[in-house]
Design a protein around this ligand. Sequence first.
Ligand code: TDO
Length: 181
Amino acid sequence: MKVIQTEIPDVLVISPRVFEDERGFFYESYNERVWQQKAHFVEHFVQDNHSRSAKNVLRGLHYQIKQPQGKLVRVVVGEVFDVAVDLRMSSKYFGQWVGVHLSAKDKQQLWIPAGFAHGFLVLSEYAETLYKATDYYAPEYERSILWNDPDLAIAWPLKEEPILSAKDKAGQRLKEAEVFA
Ligand SMILES: Cc1cn([C@H]2C[C@H](O)[C@@H](COP(=O)(O)OP(=O)(O)O[C@H]3O[C@@H](C)C(=O)[C@@H](O)[C@H]3O)O2)c(=O)[nH]c1=O
């Protein structure tokens, strides 16, 4: 497995060692001990999520203000453009974003620590996204930042208007949003 730092060094791309043979493939999508050794990972995951979305669906940008979740994201069907936005005011990367293509073919994973907003755009006909989270879902603390906030200027690889939930259409601008200390 390879650990690659992104432009925001706390956000990591993890590229697994994939074993392929005539039956198909095998890889370890998570191994606490190996991740501790290679990525200095000290996280503990308490929830696994699985979502399926059609092409052009954009989910995000989501975070939980009082119960922030670190997320380890991978795609098992199709391809997405996955985005993390740094919402930690103490970070020199505050307000900056990183975007990474995640696909069932490449099997890369994105580690997004607590203190970030997360979202993704589906690029394939369908995509299924799996992610582990370090804290539980808490809708009362959930917030959504506007995917097209001009202050973030995220370069979504969009060809047409994205499909959004009502909650995400009503997302807040970063400058109005509650963020982390
Ligand atoms: C996120 C979540 C949703 N739900 C329920 C609530 C709701 O009825 C239904 C759909 O929820 P949402 O519309 O919030 O789903 P979605 O827009 O996919 O929300 C997710 O987006 C991505 C980008 C993330 O990073 C996640 O943390 C999460 O916020 O699922 C849970 O039961 N547990 C959960 O952890």
